[in-house]
Design a protein around this ligand. Structure first.
Ligand code: UDP
Length: 323
């Protein structure tokens, strides 16, 4: 029996090299099947071929700004893809699910007034279609549980995942110009981008730039293992849990910390606010500790050092050159 399944969308290139490198790190063969989550036949074939114990559902588009300009793409990919997956999961009776949700599900007004965000904060009035797609999926999962409470569901609300594996062999390799802050800073440091545009310098934060809760991807990965362990021993209603550090850092804090880790000055210019962004967002992470026995261990320095190691050793990502 397989412990889990890796699902991704065919429209995005998974780099074969990243899988080879994962195999090297864990010294184990990784079974990988490429398919489009929205294609129900692909999923049925997969569930016929393998017997899964649980599903960790990571697949989805994730750029806030892009979701504002192309909402239908986000609803089709994220919501429609999930519906197909859940249909097949129900059909095959593999009912243990961990879902990658997001801090962007929190209500905008609530988020502005009640920081840090706890799982009890209001959700739904999101500021962008990405967040709405995650909110809709949370609702779908909750409704699914009401219809059949043999489902075991954990919803992990990620804050801002960054960093890379400490080996420097696997990390983030965005297609084209990075939408997210950390890969943009890393590419600026390595000389691929001329300067960072800081989206807004007049927010109500300690230095005017947006504040987020950055969490190291390795800490985040461990949270999924803890969630599966929790589901293995508890049959309860869907678990909803924040996965963050509880610390908020501004864009300029990130620039400073990355410069220190890399020894490279990061040129930046303050520009317009980005549509869909809010001033501050960071977690109250105590419930994760209480229920999962999980808390983030890595510091902002670890995140920057590991990101820089990955970027410096792989300036073209998984490709040999930039062409
Ligand atoms: N940001 C920025 N310049 C960039 C990318 C992001 O100033 O090129 C800011 C963005 O406005 C937000 C923070 O960095 O305040 C984190 O943005 P990111 O896209 O990484 O994550 P989000 O919080 O939007 O999911």
């Amino acid at each position: 029996m397989l412990d889990m399944i890796l699902l991704c969308l065919i429209i995005f290139q998974i780099h074969q090299k990243s899988l080879n490198r994962v195999e090297k790190i864990i010294n184990k063969k990784v079974i990988f099947e490429k398919g489009d989550l929205r294609d129900i036949d692909v999923l049925k074939n997969l569930f016929t071929k393998y017997k899964f114990d649980s599903v960790i559902h990571f697949a989805g588009l994730k750029a806030v700004g892009e979701s504002v300009s192309n909402p239908l793409k986000y609803y089709d990919n994220n919501v429609n893809g999930t519906l197909k997956l859940l249909e097949v999961i129900s059909l095959f009776g593999c009912k243990k699910i961990v879902f990658s949700s997001s801090a962007t599900v929190y209500d905008e007004v609530d988020a502005a007034n009640y920081i840090p965000l706890s799982e009890q904060n209001k959700t739904g009035k999101t500021t962008n279609p990405y967040g709405t797609s995650k909110y809709m999926i949370e609702r779908i999962l909750e409704d699914l549980y009401v219809s059949d409470n043999s489902f075991q569901i954990a919803i992990l609300r990620y804050f801002n995942p960054v960093g890379a594996h400490e080996s420097g062999t696997i990390g983030e390799d965005p297609n084209g110009i990075p939408n997210n802050l950390m890969p943009f800073i890393a590419q600026t440091a390595v000389g691929k981008r001329e300067f960072l545009s800081v989206f807004g310098g007049d927010y109500d934060t300690h230095d005017g730039t947006g504040v987020r809760d950055y969490i190291h991807v390795v800490d985040l990965a461990i949270a999924h293992i803890k969630a599966i362990e929790y589901l293995n021993k508890s049959a309860t209603k869907p678990l909803v849990v924040n996965i963050g550090t509880g610390k908020g850092y501004s864009v300029l804090d990130m620039v400073k910390s990355f410069s220190k880790a890399s020894g490279v000055e990061i040129p930046y210019k303050i520009s317009q606010r980005r549509a869909g962004d809010i001033a501050k967002c960071y977690a109250k992470p105590s419930f994760a500790k209480e229920i999962l026995g999980w808390e983030a261990k890595k510091t902002l320095e670890d995140m920057c050092v590991d990101s820089w190691r990955w970027q410096k050793e792989n300036p073209f990502g998984y490709k040999q050159t930039d062409c």
